[in-house]
Design a protein around this ligand. Sequence first.
Ligand code: NCD
Ligand code: ZN
Length: 442
Amino acid sequence: MVKIKTLIKDGMVVDPANNLRKTTNILINGNTVEKIHPKINPREADVVINAEDKLVVPGLIDLHVHLRDPGQTHKEDLATGTMAAAHGGFTSVACMPNTTPVLDTPERVKTLVQRLKKEAHVNVFPVAAVTKGLEGEVVTDFEGLKAAGAVAFSDDGKVVQRASIMHEALKRAEALSLPICQHAEDASLSCGTVINEGEVAEKLGVKGDPDISESVIIARDIVLAARTGGHVHVGHISTERGVTLVRRAKQMGIKVTAEVTPHHLLLTDEYVLKAGPNAKMRPPLRTQQDVEAIRQALADGIIDCIVTDHAPHAAEEKNVDLADAANGIVGLETALGLVLTHLVGEKVLSLEDAIAAMTYKPASILGLDKGMLAVGKDADITIIDLNKKWTVDPEAFFSKSRNTPFSGWQLTGKPVLTMVGGKVVWSDESINIEVVNSDKVS
Ligand code: NCD
Ligand code: ZN
């Protein structure tokens, strides 16, 4: 196969993993980075992408995405979910196993990996179930699942409720050096709840989820991680109590990492009054005090990374009473704009720290050799226009679903080109891609 050479010219390259921030050029040969240098002759390339006045970063990585395929393809499928990822600037995602059937056997992971080769537009790394059928009773075949391609284990959507099962799972995951991503929610406390416990829940007449439903599981898992040496990764952390525990555990050298979503960083339960079911997810939107604590924890590096928890649901699953509505919101196509506008823009995070939380930090949690721009690495690259003003329009999503609380939000900063393994999988009209060697590029 002919290897195409692509030059990304004159971009402001920011690569937090390598402490790089400068205007330079990147030459890509086939699917890997060949050269990063301020002076590269455009004649070396077959294709030239003009990135002047744009930010060039390692392709964004989201380690918490629900692709819904197989079995729930009215919400999303491998092609639409990964196009939504590309549209949002993500070059790699990890997909959660709460599909139909559940991703809980090596055969199912193998089948998925085969299908992804043909159907996915970005890199997809499967997360396999911790327990058979997500039922919390029998731990799956971790060795077989890893051999088939799983990069982590999770019963996400559900919690691993029993300590004995989580203990066993952490021991077995430790032997394979893979993390367990926990959806931290004690069912005995959260059962029957709709949104966060507090005034808004009272006003709406629904049962509220107390913040301790999250922190009691985090506390338990930290104890189990300390005992087993296993790596527990706390999914979509949402509470002040939760981050206090993670902070302490990290100080003690316990192998714990954590992720947070843009919506938990930006919204409180008050927003349910405005957005209704589109502001309903698990864990629920919390209080201003929680928002401030998780923002601080992210800024301090206590929370390692930003994830979307992209959870598509069809209109008929959301346009019902709040209590009956499905949990979760889409996120792939709004995450970067929200982070740039509200976290970087409001100086919660530096640009470098925001990019780090969406690139090499999630990569390192999953043990992926990705998330940085260096010679010899995969050419997964996102080009961003930091000044581009845009309005969130769910109708413009590539996702099959529209369930977002951010409709109509005005944001500044948007991806304009997404490259996966040297190939442009998505770009908008504002970026100039010039084919200079048309013999080689068909
Ligand atoms: C997710 C879903 O819809 O699969 N829903 C959600 O509210 N976050 C499951 C999950 O991530 O817990
Ligand atoms: Zn979850």
